[in-house]
Design a protein around this ligand. Structure first.
Ligand code: MG
Length: 278
């Protein structure tokens, strides 16, 4: 089940609501032209799935980031060996965690702003995990119990500031540096997406102006999703709506103003954003 957050006003200024996107996706992760979004009552992470008798054509709404984390986006650095190698270092002995503020989150088709402080802005296409309930010290075998669903992220990084600052708060945390969307895949008993498939291996690709620049599989994560949830929740309480960015495969590179960047996750969809200089 694909849960999106949207507004009826195409300028994104209307009151946000949640809804379920119907129909199948094509091979490019795009919904059918006649797909609709069936509105839900309130925030399903808090009130459960209550469907309203109200639907909209998907083409008539503006999709927003499917979640604005109440407390945090937790990033995982160097979780794919080939990416750790291209960054010129070894893999850390344990997961390398960092935080992105919720003010960095933007939605599908929103603009990534190239900051004046940087001259090397990089994309990082990633599978993201959305937490569904308050939890701490979750054992790996219970991780799927606390996961609300999965979405797509671009862990935008000012690579030069990442090197010069040592701490990554600026390099990873500026406004617009966390595109999320286009929806959350919420595994359901009768749903066609098996949550285990995200853990076992889903293709993750990034396209820059239509050219493939990253092509990996979540099967190549050093620490898989259950172990990441366990490791992170041993350090900090996770709240409903918190997001975990699970790391990026190899192939990171620079984006320039005017570029279009698309992150595709097999079976989940595709997240597209453009880069602008303000
Ligand atoms: Mg990353």
């Amino acid at each position: 089940m694909r849960i999106a957050r949207f507004t009826n006003a195409k300028d994104g200024q209307g009151e946000p609501a949640y809804g379920v996107v119907t129909g199948d996706l094509d091979q490019f992760g795009q919904p059918a032209e006649d797909a609709v979004i069936v509105e839900l009552v309130g925030d399903p992470m808090y009130v459960g799935l209550k469907v309203l008798e109200k639907e909209h054509r998907l083409a008539d709404v503006k999709l927003l980031a499917p979640v604005i984390p109440r407390s945090k986006v937790v990033g995982v650095g160097k979780n794919y060996a080939a990416h750790a190698a291209e960054m010129g270092g070894d893999q850390p002995a344990e997961p390398l965690l960092f935080l992105k503020p919720n003010t960095s989150v933007i939605g599908p088709n929103d603009a990534i702003v190239y900051p004046r402080q940087s001259s090397h802005l990089s994309y990082e296409g990633e599978l993201a995990v959305v937490i569904g309930r308050i939890c701490r010290d979750v054992p790996p075998e219970r991780a799927t119990d606390v996961i609300f669903g999965y979405t797509i992220a671009n862990d935008v990084t000012a690579r030069d500031l990442q090197k010069s600052d040592n701490q990554w708060a600026r390099a990873k945390g500026m406004d617009t540096f966390c595109p999320l969307g286009p929806w959350i895949d919420h595994p359901t008993v009768e749903g066609d997406l098996d949550p285990q498939a995200f853990i076992d291996g889903r293709r993750v690709q990034t396209f820059l102006n239509g050219n493939v620049v990253q092509d990996g599989t979540t099967a190549d994560m050093t620490w898989d999703i259950p172990n990441l949830v366990a490791y992170i929740s041993a350090a900090m309480t996770l709240l409903p709506g918190d997001v975990i960015l699970t790391g990026t495969p190899e192939g990171v590179g620079a984006m320039e103003p005017g570029d279009e960047v698309e992150v595709f996750v097999e079976g989940l969809g595709s997240l597209t954003n453009t880069v602008i200089r303000r």
